[in-house]
Write a new protein. Structure first.
Length: 149
């Protein structure tokens, strides 16, 4: 994560902080979302030697993801938001397979999933989430807190 932090600082982002070893980084920038995303994609591709997916949210958007969790009474470690690049289509859940006890809801640019029996043993497949990345509500809460500073 030290390399990611340094990469972001070299790209001109300010107050760069990382959180856990899963590519979470919080920083300040005057660039718009598209420019931030393009800058990060270019830096990561140069580092990794291949394209790397990047999803960007503002501090307000992270707070909104947490606030709009449709499963607020469920354990945070069993509830995730799958972050997407754009708003999921209204029929985004039609292709879901292997759903058992999981509950799924669409968000603004997220798909929320509550894994009642835990995520580890789930075989749930959500084709609309293929290009997304999931974070549990504990991580989202921490990132929202970090971004609010």
């Amino acid at each position: 994560m030290a390399e990611l932090k340094a990469m972001c600082e070299e790209a001109g982002f300010k107050s760069v902080r990382t959180y856990i070893a899963s590519g979470n980084v919080v920083f300040k920038s005057t660039k718009n979302e598209a420019r931030v995303q393009a800058t990060l994609k270019a830096a990561l591709a140069a580092y990794a030697g291949r394209p790397v997916g990047v999803l960007v949210r503002t501090a307000a958007e992270m707070a909104a993801v947490l606030a709009h969790n449709p499963f607020p009474q469920t354990p945070r470690d069993r509830t995730v938001a799958i972050f997407l690049d754009k708003t999921p289509a209204a029929n985004a859940l039609e292709g879901v397979t292997k759903q058992t006890t999981e509950q799924i809801r669409l968000g603004a640019r997220e798909i929320y999933v509550y894994y009642a029996d835990g995520i580890g043993g789930s075989r749930l497949k959500i084709p609309a989430a293929k290009e997304g990345t999931a974070r549990n509500m504990n991580t989202i809460a921490k990132l929202a807190e970090m971004a609010a500073v």
